[in-house]
Design a protein around this ligand. Structure first.
Ligand SMILES: [Zn+2]
Length: 258
């Protein structure tokens, strides 16, 4: 599979798709998706399957377009192949005695929109990407956490604010190009005290809904979440906003409800 020739167009498309995917993935952590020398080959494989089956367009980024160059179990180099009984290309250890298969799956991001008496907690990003832009606390879920616990931990780390995860309410689920799933909660705080302790935020503040710096928000999903939270602020049982962002083969982003 690796050695099949790619047309120039497909190669260019592969590079473009990789950049978009990396850019999307980098909305929270660039480092988590650093390319390896297999990156373009991997996307090439993805594109080849798309080219032979247009039904795959919706999941055009379903395979993360990069992977480990070395086996995480034994350190041997990996190759891209479809393992027996599988239907997708994976990074597989070249050592037949090991044969470890690296499965790559979407990352889970957790976030919390916290309020205290009709003011919302915002953090100014001190780290790339989008240094200086504003958002609510969010980050990658850690092993062993529930999504609620992760949202509370991120809030503690980024703003020095605590809430009881069990009392938070699910507000939104965003599916981003098959690469990232965001689950966003809302929580009403008992105080507006905060402690700017972490290295991830350069400033923390509570703002009225009308004073949210809409032009200074870090990512489109931050805008979605805050708009939905504002729409739900008087509802005791918020509806969950479910949105999907995907890319079509002509390179256009498309946002769908649900
Ligand atoms: Zn191995």
């Amino acid at each position: 599979m690796l050695d099949l020739p790619l047309s120039v167009d497909l190669k260019l498309q592969a590079i473009m798709m990789y950049r978009v995917a990396a850019s999307l993935a980098g909305t929270l952590s660039v480092a988590a998706f650093q390319p390896t020398h297999h990156s373009i080959s991997s996307i090439g494989g993805t594109l080849r399957s798309i080219a032979t089956n247009t039904q795959h367009v919706r999941s055009s980024l379903s395979a993360i377009p990069s992977g480990p160059a070395y086996c995480e179990m034994c350190g041997t180099t990996t190759q891209i192949k479809i393992p027996e009984g599988d239907e997708r290309e994976r990074h597989v250890c070249r050592d037949p005695k090991c044969g470890h298969i690296t499965y790559q799956n979407p990352k889970v991001v957790v976030g919390a929109i916290c309020t205290y008496k009709d003011r919302v907690l915002l953090c100014q990003r001190a780290i790339e990407p989008c240094v200086g832009k504003w958002g609510y606390p969010q980050g990658f879920l850690e092993l062993g956490e529930t999504t609620r616990q992760g949202a509370a931990r991120e809030t503690w780390e980024e703003a020095g604010v605590k809430f009881n995860p069990k009392e938070s309410e699910l507000l939104a689920i965003y599916n981003l190009a098959g690469m990232q799933i965001q689950t966003i909660y809302r929580a009403e705080l008992e105080t507006d005290d905060f402690d700017l302790a972490g290295h991830e935020s350069s400033d923390v503040k509570f703002v009225a809904w009308d004073d949210i710096p809409w032009e200074e928000l870090a990512f489109p999903t931050v805008t979605w979440g805050l708009e939905h939270a504002r729409d739900m602020k008087d509802e005791t049982q918020p509806t969950v906003q479910e949105r999907t962002k995907l890319m079509t083969m002509d390179g256009q982003w498309k946002v769908e409800e649900g």
